[in-house]
Design a binder for this molecule. Structure first.
Ligand code: SF4
Length: 82
């Protein structure tokens, strides 16, 4: 499983809690302080920290969605000759 992240800069009030909690995931825009998402996907190992960041955001501007890891589809053509 991996985690898909999104942020709503329209809701963000530039408080910076997410950056303090996870600076490898979140940053703030230099001009208005609104959240900047550094990565869209995160490993499930960071789930506890990410959900804490969601909870501490005063604007409800962070969304985390769990996604199953996709398994690459192997076509019949790719299996020929093996
Ligand atoms: S914690 Fe929420 S309101 Fe504060 S900077 Fe991050 S996304 Fe914006």
């Amino acid at each position: 499983m991996r985690l898909f992240l999104s942020t709503d800069t329209g809701k963000c009030c530039s408080s910076g809690q997410c950056v303090a909690a996870l600076p490898e995931i979140f940053d703030q825009d230099d001009t208005d302080g609104r959240v900047v998402l550094l990565v869209e996907h995160a490993p499930s190992a960071l789930s506890r920290e990410l959900y804490e960041a969601v909870d501490c955001c005063p604007a409800g501007a962070i969304t985390v969605r769990e996604e199953a890891e996709s398994i690459p589809e192997v076509t019949r053509e790719e299996t020929r000759g093996q």
